[in-house]
Design a protein around this ligand. Sequence first.
Ligand code: NAP
Length: 381
Amino acid sequence: MALLKSVLLQRALCGSLSSSSTNLLRLKWAHFAWSQSQSMSAFAAVMSPPSKAVVYENHGPPDSVTRVIEVGPVEVKEDDVCVKMVAAPINPSDINRIEGVYPVRPQVPAVGGYEGVGEVFSVGSAVKDLSPGDWVIPFPPSFGTWQTYIVKERGVWHKIDKDSPMEYAATVTVNPLTALRMLEDFVTLNSGDSIVQNGATSIVGQCIIQLARLRGIHSINIIRDRAGSDEVEEKLKKLGADEVFTESQLDVKNVKSVLATLPEPALVFNCVGGNSASLVMKFLRQGGTMVTYGGMSKKPITVSTSSFIFKDLSLRGFWLQKWIIADKAQECRRMIDYLLRLAKDGKLKYVMEMAPFDNFHNALDKALGKLGSQPKQVIKF
Ligand SMILES: NC(=O)c1ccc[n+]([C@@H]2O[C@H](COP(=O)([O-])OP(=O)(O)OC[C@H]3O[C@@H](n4cnc5c(N)ncnc54)[C@H](OP(=O)(O)O)[C@@H]3O)[C@@H](O)[C@H]2O)c1
């Protein structure tokens, strides 16, 4: 919030954030003037270092509305913690927030990003249980993680084990937690049961495979038709996938015939929609449930009348943000620690690519799919 205020303040000082290089100079000057006035009026105040942030002042295509700007120092009040960000991912929901199509999003102008990991840089005088050098993640996750320094009150930071692998600490909250919750919340699964999912190459998908395997649950995984699908299949099988199919391989009358000895699934996870959702639904047994948690194809879900009448299928939805708000923050923090222990022990892995902050827009292009299928982009500050 403090940094956002700072951005707003600078915007007021500069008039507008458009036209990059001239404005950068004006911003630098504004930051300097602003920080000087702050230090004169409150000479005892502890200030954060200046920060660099990915900001957008209007909603729209992320590659055209986002810019990296410099943000002036902000005061670290007595209950605040100043965190030097270490890494933060670019998730599909971050893109949707910038586009303005996500139901909950910060007001513009805003700093991008929602999760990440950082190192405590300094603490306010009333903060006794965090020290410089500690590693923290914002939990519940909060807006504005794509910046080099963040100042927020102590309560929003969850201290994590410093031995946690950095890229997993940066990405543990949104996707692995979603995978863990969805395996728990909808259908009682026992060892030997099976589940089906599309979007199996996503981080959520990779986590579902491994978390299911840890509980003895089989997974049937659908991926897009794409170049290199054989290698993708091999990688997912190494993670513990029982079966991996491309959508076109399932273009058969009776998809269940491909299941061989696996039991008919009672639970399906859908993050794609369109034809892919129709395909995964065909695997469901009588009375089964499809949980939709994403819509990567941007296409609607079509369900046949007979699926409802003769198979009594249930369609449900999952949204982590709502789940966390429902008074589950403490429980979630324990789950985060559990997932980070799994990552540290090598029991939870997923493919990521570290991207230098200086090259943010290249990472953004990859996350937007402009360069074809790419691993999850994680900004390294
Ligand atoms: N509801 C919630 O609370 C919640 C929480 C977390 C995530 N999610 C959602 O879960 C989904 C996966 O997130 P993530 O961060 O794990 O993904 P990710 O690692 O960034 O991977 C993106 C996935 O989407 C697929 N994809 C991209 N464009 C597609 C298209 N046009 N048609 C079909 N598939 C496409 C990719 O397939 P390729 O590998 O073939 O490129 C890949 O599997 C997203 O929809 C996200 O919004 C929802």
